[in-house]
Design a protein around this ligand. Structure first.
Ligand code: ZN
Length: 214
C-alpha cells in the first residue's frame, strides 16, 4: 500500500520562445507558423505538478548554468530547428506502484436479503424485509464479510465522461476487466464482474469476486 510518487524523468533543452512561454506565459511577438510548443515527447502531461520546471539560472559564483548561447540541436518542446539559445528544463513522471488482483475466478450465485442471517441483515439497514426487493438476489459473502453487489461503483476509464457514481481508473489498468469496485482504502478493495449463463449471456444473479491492492 503506497502513494504514487513523482520523480525526475529527464531533461529537455528548449528554444527561447518555449522558455518564455513556460516561465512567463509569454508568447512570441513574431509570427511563427510552425511553432508547436510542448509537443515534444516529454512535455505532454497536463497536470500542473508534471509540467517541466526551469533548470537554468545564475549560481552564487555568478556562473550561468543550464543555458547554451548557441546550439544547432532542435528545440525539444516545439521542434524548431533554427539554431540559437537553448534552456534546460527538468521533466517529471508519476510512478505508480504495481497493482495486484487476487481472484479464484469462481462464479458465485448472489443471495437475497431474505436469505441472509439476522446478523448480516443488520449491516444493510436500507433494505426492508418482505418486499419484492428483499427476495431479489444481490448479496454475496467474501472473506468473512457480506457485500451488496448493487452498492459497487462502476469501473470506467478516467477520461470518459460519465454520470453518477463511478470508480475512474487509468486507461490500461487491469481493473478495467472488472465491472464494479468497492474500495476499502484508496489503494485496495473488492472487485466484481457479472457472471454469464451457459449460453454466454450476462447473468446478473451471479458474480465473480476478486480483490485488488497497490
Ligand atoms: Zn521551442
Amino acid at each position: 500500500m503506497s502513494n504514487p510518487t513523482i520523480r525526475e524523468s529527464g531533461n529537455v533543452d528548449v528554444c527561447e520562445d518555449c522558455m518564455f512561454l513556460s516561465v512567463n506565459g509569454e508568447r512570441p511577438t513574431e509570427e511563427l507558423p510552425n511553432w508547436a510548443p510542448f509537443s515534444g515527447a516529454n512535455w505532454a502531461d497536463n497536470t500542473p505538478q508534471l509540467q517541466p520546471s526551469p533548470n537554468f539560472g545564475v549560481d552564487d559564483d555568478d556562473t550561468e548554468y543550464g543555458m547554451t548561447e548557441f546550439s544547432a540541436t532542435p528545440c525539444e518542446s516545439c521542434g524548431a530547428t533554427l539554431a540559437g539559445k537553448r534552456f534546460d528544463f527538468m521533466t517529471w513522471e508519476t510512478v505508480r506502484p504495481a497493482l495486484t488482483i487476487t481472484t479464484n475466478g469462481h462464479q458465485r450465485e448472489l443471495i437475497a436479503f431474505a436469505d441472509l442471517t439476522e446478523l448480516e441483515r443488520e449491516q444493510f439497514d436500507y433494505m426492508r424485509a418482505d418486499t419484492y426487493e428483499s427476495h431479489t438476489p444481490r448479496f454475496f459473502r467474501y472473506r468473512a464479510w457480506t457485500y451488496d453487489a448493487q452498492e459497487f461503483t462502476r469501473i470506467t476509464p478516467r477520461c470518459e465522461s460519465t454520470y453518477g457514481d463511478v470508480h475512474p481508473v487509468d486507461s490500461g489498468s487491469p481493473l478495467l476487466q472488472w465491472d464494479g469496485a468497492q474500495p476499502d482504502t484508496y489503494f485496495s478493495g473488492v472487485l466484481i464482474r457479472w457472471g454469464h449463463d451457459w449460453s454466454g449471456e450476462p447473468d446478473y444473479d451471479s458474480v465473480i469476486v476478486g480483490s485488488w491492492s497497490e
